[in-house]
Design a protein. Structure first.
Length: 623
């Protein structure tokens, strides 16, 4: 990233005092970056028409106008600034503010602007960022300024991605023809870290031009235009991440690779669908190729159709899809199946740009699950091209970061992943298990680091799991079955030579002890029975200090009591960021201890029960 940058800016606001506070915070944050990170970011205030950075704020009352969004989009599009940043409403949390902030997200998407999501920024973190009246305090203004300047730095960095490399001897991504020759992965299965699922439904929707994410059926189905509108709003902010992350093409690629390796039976629903339409599996690879090419052409890093496409989590999703596509193209080339070389080159270009963004220290999230998943992608990229210097540099970077910034910081001494969420603890186990399997099969000794992490994390996962294989709803743990992850971890350790491991199943599994104590992680759990299959009682205490690392939806104190799989005393935290936290169920859970006690049939609150039924009885962590 460039260390010296000069910008002229203007804060567009109907509130002069708020505009002054933001401008002051911007200058203070730029000064802090100069001393703390040696970044010479020069800011000069100017008029709206002359600024190359425009920062927009919004008035709560003005947004009550039904035509507000359209009028606002027209004005913002008319501005000539190269960087446009929209700041969401601040204030005390309520449903009206959340709804209007979603409108601001929509305006940003339509204008190709960045957005400061204050709903997350102001309501998370160690320090209080709002006054009692709901206005930002000094820390709050500085936090807004920091995110705004990050957007500016991101814009500067993206502009360098397609510039010629000026450093002699620097390892560069291979060209398309070299990459095809270097893609040596020819196993009958995709790498575990890239493996996905397919169904007749996902393949049919893909062929018919529908976007659907089976893990989030509540988002609905959206029809793709021709050409594809990559700026479409979709269901919500998260939907846009999955959409521009190209998650919807992965089932087709998974099916194609399995079919190319003779692993699809005649009874497979997707295979029967293709046969009924007179199509072969290659049409899926061709269709995926054209979708990727469409995305790359419409979303250059400097001016994407939707800024959401270049958020860190979205990039990681897209990298996984692109790596899977590269593996399929390598297999197709070896089988003599024609691929579109121009579209392959575009996919490789997008992949290399995405990896360069993720390599940046400004983008890489240290100490958290997003960083772990990012490191895994670097490592897999190296496994796919073991003879390419650039790919091997990615592998080494991923392993080094994973050891130092993730496992070394976030895994407590007693094996608890410190994001205050059972779901994230299991997610990290899942990533470690799949990556360990890939490294072990490649014969790399680094797999042992991941095996050690699995050994340390298993006791906590087993101690808290419920008799039905689901996890306790602590923090933002999704109501889904996690036992498969525990079983897969045992299987991987057994494959790595651990003779104490055995194949396990839900009905016969027995915990090591009736109690589990994890002082560093902040957990104590007590069960009346060790067997999962037998009905018994469970009590879980979780307490941590606010200074501990934690995920946004977690609480500092949780007490849970259950009989068998029935929750009697439950945690009041929100398990999903798409839930506002202000619906009747969540208000009830937060209003007092008496409201935490289920009555009658000992069921989950309606919101939890509905999501649990959506996931189905065999739900596992989304890979």
């Amino acid at each position: 990233m460039q260390n010296a940058s000069k910008f002229s800016y203007c804060v567009v606001s109907d509130d002069p005092s708020f505009a002054f506070a933001i401008a002051t915070a911007l200058r203070l944050e730029a000064l802090r970056l100069r001393f703390a990170r040696h970044e010479t970011l020069s800011l000069r205030s100017t008029s709206r028409g002359k600024a190359n950075i425009l920062i927009y704020t919004f008035d709560n009352n003005a947004m009550n106008d039904p035509g507000f969004a359209d009028k606002c989009v027209t004005k913002i599009r008319h501005d000539t600034a190269s960087v446009k940043i929209l700041i969401q409403l601040q204030g005390l949390a309520n449903a009206d503010v959340d709804r209007k902030n979603q409108t601001i997200e929509s305006i940003a998407r339509r204008c190709g602007a960045y957005v400061v999501t204050t709903a997350e920024l102001m309501r998370s973190g160690v320090n209080r960022r709002l006054t009692k009246s709901g206005k930002p305090n000094l820390i709050g203004y500085l936090a807004i300024a920091h995110v705004a300047l990050r957007a500016v730095q991101t814009h500067v960095f993206r502009n360098t991605l397609r510039a010629p490399n000026k450093v002699e001897g620097e390892r560069r991504p291979p060209n398309a023809e070299t990459a095809l020759a270097e893609l040596t992965w020819d196993e009958p299965f995709l790498p575990d870290s890239l493996e996905g699922n397919h169904s007749r439904e996902t393949i049919e929707d893909f062929l018919d031009g529908w976007v659907i994410f089976p893990s989030f059926r509540g988002w609905g189905r959206f029809k793709l235009d021709d050409p594809i509108d990559w700026g479409m709003e979709g269901a919500n902010w998260s939907w846009q991440s999955y959409f521009t992350g190209l998650e919807f093409i992965r089932p087709a690629l998974t099916f194609w690779y399995a079919h190319a390796n003779g692993r699809i039976s005649d009874n497979d629903g997707a295979a029967a669908l293709l046969k009924s339409r007179g199509l072969d599996a290659n049409v899926l690879l061709s269709r995926a190729s054209s979708v990727i090419a469409s995305f790359v052409r419409a979303n250059p890093p400097t001016k994407p159709a939707n800024q959401r496409a270049y958020y860190q989590g979205t990039i990681c999703r897209r990298v996984k899809a692109l790596l899977t596509f590269l593996v399929c193209c390598g297999k197709a080339t070896r089988l003599g199946i024609s691929i579109d070389r121009e579209e392959f080159a575009l996919a490789l270009q997008s992949l290399s740009e995405s990896l360069e963004i993720l390599k940046s220290d400004e983008v890489y999230p240290k100490a958290g699950n997003h960083g772990v998943r990012q490191d895994a992608l670097f490592i897999v990229a190296g496994l796919l091209m073991p003879n390419d210097a650039y790919a091997q540099s990615l592998l080494n970077l991923g392993i080094d970061r994973l050891k130092r910034f993730q496992l070394g910081r976030m895994l407590s001494s007693d094996g608890v992943w410190q994001e205050n969420s059972y779901g994230y603890h299991c997610l990290i186990m899942n990533v470690c298990q799949m990556l360990a399997s890939d490294l072990r099969r490649a014969g790399l000794q680094d797999a042992e680091v991941l095996h050690d992490a699995l050994r340390r994390m298993l006791p906590h996962a087993e101690a808290l799991i419920r008799p039905d294989g689901f996890g306790p709803l602590i923090g933002d743990t999704m109501p889904r079955r996690y036992f498969t992850i525990v079983a897969n971890a045992h299987e991987e350790l057994k494959a790595a030579g651990d003779t104490t491991r055995r194949e396990i199943n839900l009905k016969s599994f027995v915990r090591e002890s009736e109690t589990g104590y994890f002082p560093d992680g902040g957990y104590f759990v007590s069960h009346s029975r060790r067997e999962l299959s037998a009905p018994g009682s469970t009590m879980i205490f979780f307490a941590t200090l606010s200074s501990k690392p934690k995920h946004k939806q977690s609480d500092d104190l949780s007490v849970m009591f259950a009989h068998g799989a029935a929750d009697l005393l439950i945690d009041g935290g929100t398990y999903n960021k798409e839930m506002s936290g202000y619906d009747p169920q969540q208000r009830a859970l937060r209003s007092g201890l008496a409201q935490h006690v289920s009555r009658g049939r000992h069921r989950l609150p309606a919101a939890h029960e509905e999501r649990r039924q959506e996931c189905g009885p065999h739900g596992t962590m989304v890979r």
